[in-house]
Design a binder for this molecule. Sequence first.
Ligand SMILES: [Zn+2]
Length: 179
Amino acid sequence: MSLSFFGDEESSRRTLGIRERQILYDSAQKKCEDCSRDLEFSDVQVGHKTAYSRGGNSTLRNSVSLCYGCNKKQGTDSWDVFQRKQGKTAVIDRMRNMLTELTLQKLKDLAQKHGVKLKGRFHEGGLLNDDYYQAPSKARYVKALVGVVTEKDIKSGLSAMPTPGKTKRRRTTSYWSIF
Ligand SMILES: [Zn+2]
């Protein structure tokens, strides 16, 4: 059984619960994620990135906070198709490139700021190897953050990055020190 907030047992419902709606609303900064209009909590429409009728689950990960008009406009299009139809992919591609430029630590900070939670993956080692826990990769952070963060967020992340000259050199064990 999954203890995850995004657990499978949650996914067969048609819509989100009140607590999840609140999280969605907060992480969307109380706006429609399509037209960026400010929304009252009671006006939030939970849109699906992949439509329910096309197998999309009612999970936070598959949800977007939308105003009534945008939710209607999206119809059964997936979020990507909907954005593409409106000519928004150039923006998304740029965001993705900007995010890719960030360090893993910056991506983690952004994720935390926006309440995006990524789970690592647990690998069972079996008889011969130890179990290990693999932290979420940079690519997974980028994927989760595209469409959540704003360009301004990313830029503030970039400007706070250490300048190359000041970057701490990673300590390596000298070859000679083992003798
Ligand atoms: Zn809207």
